[in-house]
Ligand binder design. Sequence first.
Ligand code: PLP
Length: 250
Amino acid sequence: MTVLLIGGMDSSGGAGLLRDGATLGAMGVPYRVAVTAVTAQSDIRVSAVQPVQPEVVAAQIAAAEDVAAVKIGMLGTAAIAGAVADALPAAPLVLDPVLVSSSGYRLLDAVGQAILIARLLPRAALVTPNLPELQALGRALGQPAGRAVPEIARALLAHGCGAVLVKGGHAEDGEVCEDLLFRDAGAPVAYRAPRLPGSLRGTGCQLASAIAGGLSRGRPLEAAVADARAQVLARLGGRERQLANLVTND
Ligand code: PLP
């Protein structure tokens, strides 16, 4: 049983399919990939993007065997988003709504975003927006600007996705970083961790692909999210230790 990873190649290796593959490799979960775009980027800049022909994306998806879970990241264009929706296998889908890179480059055009909402969101077992992505999805669903997180999350649930994990990493304040899992009208499940200084690329890719890895093994959603968060925190903690060493070695 494998996880099908649909997304972009980030030449820096920080995010995208290389990060997804490294995550599943560390879990011992086999995977297939469908490359949607080749990007040239560093941590601070996207310098080139070449989308893959939609038929080639669809052919990669069709070639994937034994798919037990799917993770979607960068789609790039409306035509690719449509081809992915047409070709998607019937397995639990984790949809990471990648709209803009941390460096500010738009990774899905406006029409593509509309297709993501109309055709992929209703098929997702879980969608994993960060706070800016949640606001963008809310606006596209006709929610007024500045709506509270729970209201937008419930609008996404009403649109047909199974669950919404709102990642709190972009929140401006607080010593605690809180992710909220909304599954129904009830109170969300809150996952909390101390907020670490600085930022690291590819944490969203890592979290979503680790959740898909858990689901492919039959883990219940809440447990798959908890495991995946622990994996991301271990990477952030490792980075923290490296930084501390750099300082003490100076
Ligand atoms: N590039 C690719 C190919 C991605 O898939 C993603 C995220 O999924 C990004 C860039 C953005 O990552 P970050 O927000 O860490 O810059």
